[in-house]
Design a protein around this ligand. Structure first.
Ligand SMILES: Nc1ncnc2c1ncn2[C@@H]1O[C@H](COP(=O)(O)OP(=O)(O)OP(=O)(O)O)[C@@H](O)[C@H]1O
Ligand SMILES: [Mg+2]
Length: 427
């Protein structure tokens, strides 16, 4: 049982349990609203800026930590009460993100709402703005990004380079496209893809039936992209304020394994020209979608220094986790600053290099890491564990960042610590 500490002027019951506190709403919302309008708070009451986050995974958790540091209260909406973000948030609402009622309940208890993933139904989300609550990024921005084909069309209209792409309605059309674009060809689901789930690389025409089946083409809308023979994958985190101000982070190199981001090296070892182009494209892309908050822009760079956009993420991004220790102001803090209309912080690196290595689950098992004592002996390695209940194969369970005088030394430290941590079954 949690000991009860106090009931504050907003009718909120504060209870403390171990290192964290919970705040439980004792009054129905209508009563709360009326009370808020009628009563002036006692001078000792703390009225914090209130942030609502839809989704309770690691991205929401790290955003919540940044917001709490700035004195905000954070309320998380998730389907269960023990999500990674619920463990650190001021309070958790249990509910479905696609349920307009749950979304409105969250919005009515905070000053601004944000999202941690792009898969929320925009029809459901629209109720937040319709009811006059603040939501960043907006439903319209999300609508442009959520469907990868619409997103690519939007980038194309903004004059930004992407790989060739086209909608494919059936297998016959797909066969034609393999001849038009050449092989290999990447078949993608227009919606709900992540960590490569939703992508299929077609190497020969004989792969078409398998690809179509794997992505369930008879039920899901698909599109095809020319394969980009890239030299490296890059990413840029960019934060845009409500006033249009922008904070752009260094260009980083991302290394994917099995389509999942594995290593992030900051800064990327690319030419000043590629660096500049990636920054320009990130600025133009976020303007094209009128984004507010932190966004991740994924790019490809070719051998001859051509830069193309792969995709945008309308949220803080795995390629920006290094900014927590690596930059003056992290992507999470800048996201919070943008949401509240506060000035954006510096994106400068505090050391010449930073490298982040993801901690992925090896198999199904406990969400608690094995080997953390050994990893903590590695000097300069910053270990983040997300607090997920269960590990799964390829599931993102945490990450390690090391900063240093150059990428090689930072990477050696990050890899050394990451290699000592294991998530999964030991039997
Ligand atoms: N057109 C392409 N040419 C070459 N490789 C590609 C192409 N599209 C995607 N990939 C590879 O597959 C990876 C995952 O693709 P994409 O970013 O489209 O998927 P996703 O499921 O949204 O991934 P994530 O959630 O990890 O960002 C890319 O990072 C890249 O390595
Ligand atoms: Mg991607």
């Amino acid at each position: 049982m949690f000991p009860i500490n106090a009931i504050d002027v907003r009718g909120l019951l504060h209870v403390t349990g171990g290192a964290r506190s919970l705040i439980v709403n004792l009054l129905p919302m209508e009563a709360l609203k009326t009370q808020k309008n009628q009563e002036k708070p006692a001078s000792s009451a703390r009225i914090a800026p209130r942030l609502g986050i839809i989704g309770g995974g690691q991205l929401a958790r790290m955003t919540a930590v940044a917001a709490l540091r700035l004195g905000c209260d954070v309320i998380v909406l998730e389907r269960n009460d023990h999500s990674p973000a619920a463990q650190v948030a001021t309070r958790c609402l249990v509910g479905d993100w696609n349920n307009p009622e749950a979304l409105l309940k969250l919005a009515s208890q905070v000053d601004v709402v944000s999202i941690e993933n792009e898969f929320i139904s925009t029809d459901a989300l629209a109720v937040i703005e319709k009811a006059g609550h603040r939501l960043f990024p907006s439903t319209e921005t999300l609508r442009l990004i959520q469907d990868k084909l619409t997103q690519k069309q939007c980038l194309q209209r903004a004059g930004l380079a992407t790989t060739r792409f086209v909608a494919v309605e059936n297998q016959q059309r797909l066969a034609e496209v393999t001849r038009e674009f050449g092989l290999p060809l990447v078949l993608k689901a227009r919606r709900n893809g992540y960590d490569g789930k939703g992508n299929y690389t077609i190497k020969t025409e004989a792969d078409i039936p398998d690809a179509w089946k794997a992505l369930n083409g008879d039920r899901n809308e698909l599109y095809a992209e020319a394969f980009c023979n890239y030299h490296a994958e890059l990413a840029v985190i960019i934060t845009r304020g409500q006033d249009g101000a922008m904070a752009v982070y260094p260009v980083v190199e991302t290394v994917q394994r099995d389509h999942i981001c594995h290593i992030v090296r900051a800064p990327a070892a690319v030419s000043p020209n590629a660096h500049e182009k990636a920054h320009q494209m990130a600025r133009a892309a976020i303007e094209a979608i009128e984004g507010v908050g932190s966004f991740g822009i994924e790019l490809f760079v070719s051998e001859n220094d051509e830069v193309m956009i792969n995709e945008l993420a309308p949220r803080v991004h795995n390629s920006g986790h290094y900014t927590i220790e690596g930059c003056v102001c992290s992507q999470f803090e800048n996201h919070v600053r943008a949401l509240f209309g506060w000035p954006l912080g510096s994106t400068a690196m505090v050391n010449p290099a930073a490298v982040m290595v993801n901690l992925l689950g090896a198999s199904q098992g406990s969400g608690a890491p094995l080997g953390i004592e050994n990893a903590l002996q590695v000097g300069g390695a910053h270990i983040h564990i997300y607090g997920k209940a269960m590990s799964g194969r390829g599931r993102k369970m945490g990450h390690v960042t090391a900063i240093g005088p150059d990428v090689a030394r930072a990477e050696a430290a990050a890899q050394s610590a990451a290699g000592k941590i294991f998530f999964g079954s030991t039997t």
